[in-house]
Design a protein around this ligand. Structure first.
Ligand code: CO
Length: 134
């Protein structure tokens, strides 16, 4: 699958305000967007860090994907997001090549992006996200 860039790294955090402030103070990161998505159980802050981007993710409750991740592993690296031209088209290529997908089709992700996740078993234990601009 042709990847344009690493779009962002996703990091699970316990306290979003504190994490935003830490990235600002330590790395000069700037808050790009902040959004709460109730049906995904997550509040996220997209931080510009130099030419890159870190997506800080806090759980809206324990029984959410990020909440379960935090309970199991604690705060830390959650996923890597690869930017592609068209998530739908790339998903078909990945499915045809036998990659294990979490999302069979693109869905609306944070910040108006089209996204889909691959199963960590497909990528050596790292949750991978495909992103294209909505
Ligand atoms: Co992401």
């Amino acid at each position: 699958v042709p990847v344009r860039d690493i779009h962002h790294l996703g990091v699970a955090v316990d306290d979003l305000d504190e994490a935003v402030e830490t990235y600002r103070r330590l790395f000069g990161a700037e808050l790009e967007h902040r959004e709460s998505v109730a049906d995904q159980g997550v509040e996220a802050a997209s931080m510009r860090v130099g030419g890159g981007r870190v997506e800080l993710l806090a759980a809206l409750g324990p029984d959410t994907p990020v909440g379960r991740f935090l309970a199991k592993r604690g705060p830390g690296m959650h996923h890597v997001a690869f930017e592609v031209a068209d998530v739908g088209a790339e998903l078909e290529l990945l499915a045809a090549s036998g990659a294990e997908l979490i999302d069979e089709r693109p869905r609306r992700g944070l910040f108006g992006l089209q996204v889909a996740f691959l199963h960590p078993d497909a990528t050596g234990g790292v949750l991978a996200e495909l992103v294209s601009r909505g």
